[in-house]
Design a protein around this ligand. Structure first.
Ligand SMILES: Nc1ncnc2c1ncn2[C@@H]1O[C@H](COP(=O)(O)OP(=O)(O)O)[C@@H](O)[C@H]1O
Ligand SMILES: [Mg+2]
Length: 270
């Protein structure tokens, strides 16, 4: 590291960035080169809009560059991610997941305003994904018939993007935000819980499936989004998931996708 970076004290790393404490109760999020300018701009803007609408989050203080790396300055949050908190408090996992579902429901009462359209994002991911042309065509026609929705959707609402602070749960990391139907965002969280990055041994898989069901229940109670809304979106969100997730194509995920496609009357993947 050179001068500017060597003054920083390392806090944490995520999939797209490294976080450092810069003093004054602020942190700098230094993005990796693979992250687009558009994602950084969206993250900064949405964090501020969500905070202004009452969503518990850290609103971006500003964008900057730090040793040539693109960065966002945030207020520092004090506490672990929900993932780390549950590791230390496994007995209270159900309680924490109930809070997380309630937070997701509250977020969806906020309007997504001028953010990019989630339906468009899903259509693009399906079009550039590995499905056959026939399946792509049927899936896009099916997606066209689903409602747009006007909710603020996060796109990456998982245990590593929620922090446990003394003031309650706080959501971070808005780079995948969009405006759309809340059920699509809920399905995405179900998939992140069950098939996302992280340990994948059979014991963890059992825990993940249990946690996803618990989250779905508490989310449904908080949001009013029904099981049938969620089922409608499952085949679309699962097909879109295939675009970027070679490693997530586990046998369990492929069974989940096949079932969702069959229930919607869509052709199978191959
Ligand atoms: N405002 C903050 N204050 C303190 N720690 C934070 C803050 N924002 C993020 N972190 C920590 O940094 C990690 C990565 O941040 P995140 O925004 O999720 O980055 P990525 O886009 O790389 O996933 C988080 O899991 C959390 O531990
Ligand atoms: Mg993150």
């Amino acid at each position: 590291m050179n001068d500017q970076a060597s003054q920083l004290s390392f806090l944490a790393s995520g999939t797209s960035a490294d976080l450092f404490d810069i003093g004054g109760d602020q942190v700098v999020k230094l993005f990796r080169d693979s992250v687009s300018d558009e994602m950084i701009a969206r993250e900064a803007l949405t964090s501020a809009q969500a905070a202004a609408s009452g969503v518990p989050t850290a609103a971006a203080i500003g964008r900057t560059t730090w040793d040539g790396r693109r960065a966002i300055i945030y207020p520092r949050l004090h506490g672990p991610t929900l993932m780390d908190w549950i590791r230390c408090n496994p007995i209270r996992a159900g309680w924490a997941l109930d809070r997380m579902g309630a937070l997701h429901g509250a977020m969806h009462r906020v309007r997504g305003g001028t953010l990019r359209s989630l339906k468009q994002v899903l259509a693009t991911d399906i079009t550039y994904g590995p499905a056959s042309h026939a399946l792509q065509r049927s899936a896009i026609a099916y997606l066209d018939r689903l409602p747009y929705g006007d909710a603020l959707t996060h796109g990456d609402f998982h245990l590593g993007n929620v922090m446990m602070t003394s003031g309650g749960l706080v959501v971070i990391d808005w780079s995948k935000a969009a405006v759309g139907h809340p059920a699509a965002d809920a399905v995405r969280s179900e998939m992140l819980m069950r098939f996302g990055i992280g340990p994948n041994d059979w014991v963890t898989r059992l825990w993940r499936d249990w946690a996803a069901a618990r989250l779905r229940r508490s989310y449904a109670a908080a949001s009013g989004v029904t099981a049938s809304d969620i089922s409608q979106w499952r085949p679309i969100v699962a097909l879109a998931w295939l675009r970027a997730r070679d490693a997530g194509r586990t046998p369990a995920f492929m069974r989940y996708l096949a079932k969702a496609l069959a229930q919607a009357g869509l052709p199978s993947l191959r």
